[in-house]
Write a protein that binds this ligand. Structure first.
Ligand SMILES: *[C@@H]1O[C@H](CO)[C@@H](O)[C@H](O)[C@H]1NC(C)=O
Ligand SMILES: *[C@@H]1O[C@H](CO)[C@@H](O)[C@H](O)[C@H]1NC(C)=O
Ligand SMILES: *[C@@H]1O[C@H](CO)[C@@H](O)[C@H](O)[C@H]1NC(C)=O
Ligand SMILES: *[C@@H]1O[C@H](CO)[C@@H](O)[C@H](O)[C@H]1NC(C)=O
Ligand SMILES: *[C@@H]1O[C@H](CO)[C@@H](O)[C@H](O)[C@H]1NC(C)=O
Ligand SMILES: *[C@@H]1O[C@H](CO)[C@@H](O)[C@H](O)[C@H]1NC(C)=O
Ligand SMILES: *[C@@H]1O[C@H](CO)[C@@H](O)[C@H](O)[C@H]1NC(C)=O
Ligand SMILES: *[C@@H]1O[C@H](CO)[C@@H](O)[C@H](O)[C@H]1NC(C)=O
Ligand SMILES: *[C@@H]1O[C@H](CO)[C@@H](O)[C@H](O)[C@H]1NC(C)=O
Length: 502
């Protein structure tokens, strides 16, 4: 069974490439040759569904004419002509979807532009039952629209052919109907970011044995949820997010058999400890246990997760990084902010030369070792809110070695003059650095002249230090500077310089 969107563009290309009259004819008649036109009964159902929606941004402007298979968001079976797909995801949700749910800074400029699409969505008081007439629907996506806190209608649970159901960020409320457990063909289920009532029982999940993707991230209204007796029996489950749903350690057993997981997000639940069988998760590439009340050393049971690329452990109370950590050769993103790790930056990170983002902020680190400059792939480095008093590698040597760094935050430490360094930065062809924060330290020196080499710098925060003397003329080269904080220093003549670009 195939799903077909519009084939007009594809045909136009064929015509251009092949320039053959017969092909042109086929294209002109593509609706008869390549698929059956939509069935009138199903077209009527879609018309009725459209009538139940408020579409102030004209998302459904293509929904006219006889062949509903050509309407935007509709996919038909190319043999029977039945509507098999209804994809009304908003452009905004679609735009951001491919990215991992990481920290905000991982967003690219393109993804920031997604926000501009936020005004395009559909609204309705409920999901109209005309959908039931689309008996052959396998793919239903209503994410991002607004259903005014109405419950998911019971009839969805009878749409037995569904393989893909996404109702996330769609303003649903009430209890989650437990007959969703009847959708035994589901491979993909997203109910994230809604306002379901906390007493919704989700034990029906155990009936969905074909699930590969389950996203319940912040599905509830408030976090006072008491999940009991949850089991998950989906041997092919790869993606699981139960973030911020009041999951507790007693529920963790539900995951004991889901060893095929690649993406596991349990952040903002009350776990307190990690069971030993966590070592069964050998395929994990993404693990988020931020804010789970974990403490002590990072558990040895993570050792088997050697494919891990994204590891989010912020806002726990971990106090050390074990030496076996270097086995995580693929690790690219490590977030450990708001923990309780003391002393020098752990040697376990020494050979992690693949690491691209490292957040060690809000711990109690006191020094940065000399090997640190070998982490040359770093793009994002946050060491702020620690107790750093010394750096065996100076800030300029970090910048000299890490040519791809975009953000360097060393603010809110106790560093002095010696840590600034005066290495020439010209070993990098160019510097990507956009954000530099050295604020609230004890830097008692002239402003470093190397600042002028950071030609992509957009934000520079030097406030609350003891910098003195004139502002170097090299600052004039910082053509992209948008935000500059210099307050509470002893700099001269700042007001005399004209900042054409500020
Ligand atoms: C229908 O689509 C499927 C999958 O794309 C394809 O394999 C099949 O050949 C198509 N059938 C027709 C009649 O076009
Ligand atoms: C398209 O199909 C119709 C009816 O099947 C036929 O009358 C018409 O000539 C066809 N057009 C072309 C360009 O082949
Ligand atoms: C479905 O939508 C149609 C068209 O707006 C409306 O007449 C009908 O009452 C709706 N049905 C329900 C159950 O809301
Ligand atoms: C659907 O779910 C309901 C409630 O969970 C249940 O009572 C009913 O028997 C199920 N129907 C089928 C066909 O499985
Ligand atoms: C959750 O439910 C269990 C069993 O009913 C009960 O013992 C426990 O106190 C409840 N916890 C909360 C936070 O309501
Ligand atoms: C959980 O299981 C226990 C024991 O089987 C049972 O008494 C209890 O009612 C169940 N709770 C829910 C919410 O299903
Ligand atoms: C895990 O699988 C085993 C073997 O199939 C089964 O006995 C056990 O009950 C399962 N555990 C959970 C929590 O589903
Ligand atoms: C890693 O996996 C092996 C093989 O399944 C297992 O014996 C071992 O206990 C696991 N290690 C940890 C630390 O969980
Ligand atoms: C890192 O690699 C160097 C050179 O291979 C080695 O001497 C050192 O022990 C390694 N450090 C760690 C923590 O594995």
């Amino acid at each position: 069974m195939g799903i077909r969107y519009q084939n007009v563009a594809a045909c136009a290309t064929m015509v251009l490439v092949m320039v053959m009259a017969e092909i042109a004819d086929i294209c002109a008649n593509s609706s008869t040759l390549l698929h059956s036109p939509c069935l009138e009964r199903e077209r009527q159902a879609l018309v009725k569904f459209k009538a139940s929606l408020t579409d102030s941004s004209n998302m459904l402007s293509s929904w006219h004419g006889d062949d509903c298979c050509r309407w935007k968001g509709i996919g038909c079976d190319n043999v029977t002509g039945h509507v098999v797909m209804l994809d009304l995801t908003t452009p905004y949700v679609k735009c951001r979807r491919p990215m991992w749910e990481g920290e905000y800074w991982l967003r690219s400029d393109d993804e920031d532009n997604c926000d501009l699409l936020g005004y395009q969505y559909l609204e309705a008081r409920n999901v109209n039952s005309s959908l039931l007439e689309l008996e052959y629907l396998t793919h239903l996506d209503l994410s991002g629209n607004d259903f005014y806190r109405s419950p998911i209608p019971m009839f969805i649970g009878s749409m037995q052919r569904l393989r893909y159901l996404s109702l996330s960020e769609a303003g649903f409320g009430g209890r989650i109907p437990s007959n969703l457990g009847n959708l035994s063909n589901l491979h993909f289920l997203r109910l994230s970011f809604n306002g379901f009532s906390p007493d919704s029982n989700i034990n029906w999940i155990s009936q969905l044995s074909l699930l590969e993707h389950l996203d319940m991230n912040q599905a509830y209204d408030g976090v006072q949820v008491n999940i009991t007796n949850l089991t998950i029996s989906a041997p092919k489950l790869q993606f699981l997010s139960l973030a911020d749903i009041g999951f507790s350690v007693s529920n963790l057993d539900a995951l004991q058999n889901t060893t095929s997981l690649v993406h596991l997000d349990l952040r903002w639940n009350h776990l307190f400890s990690i069971p030993s069988w966590f070592g069964n998760f050998k395929k994990l590439g993404y693990l988020d246990l931020s804010g789970c009340g974990l403490y002590g050393p990072i558990p040895n049971t993570f050792q088997n997760a050697t494919f891990i690329e994204f590891l989010y452990l912020s806002r726990n109370n971990f106090d050390s990084l074990p030496s076996w950590f270097h086995k995580f050769e693929k690790l690219k993103h490590l977030f450990l902010s708001f923990n309780n790790i003391k002393g020098t930056i752990p040697v376990a990170l020494q050979n992690m030369t693949s690491i691209e983002s490292l957040d060690l902020s809000s711990n109690s680190f006191t020094s940065v070792p000399s090997w640190f400059i070998e982490l040359k792939k770093l793009v994002y480095l946050d060491l702020s809110f620690n107790k750093l008093t010394s750096m065996e590698c100076s800030i300029s040597s970090i910048l000299k070695n890490m040519c791809h760094l975009k953000t360097l935050n060393i603010g809110r430490n106790k560093l002095q003059k010696e840590s600034i360094g005066n290495t020439d930065l010209s070993t990098c062809i160019g510097h990507d650095l956009e954000n530099l924060d050295l604020s609230e330290n004890e830097f008692n020196d002239h402003l470093p002249s190397w600042l002028g080499q950071l030609e992509n710098l957009g934000n520079l925060d030097l406030q609350d230090n003891f910098f003195y003397g004139p502002i170097p003329s090299s600052f004039g080269k910082l053509l992209k500077l948008e935000i500059l904080y210099l307050f509470n220093n002893k700099l001269e003549g700042a007001f005399l310089i004209s900042w054409d670009n500020l």
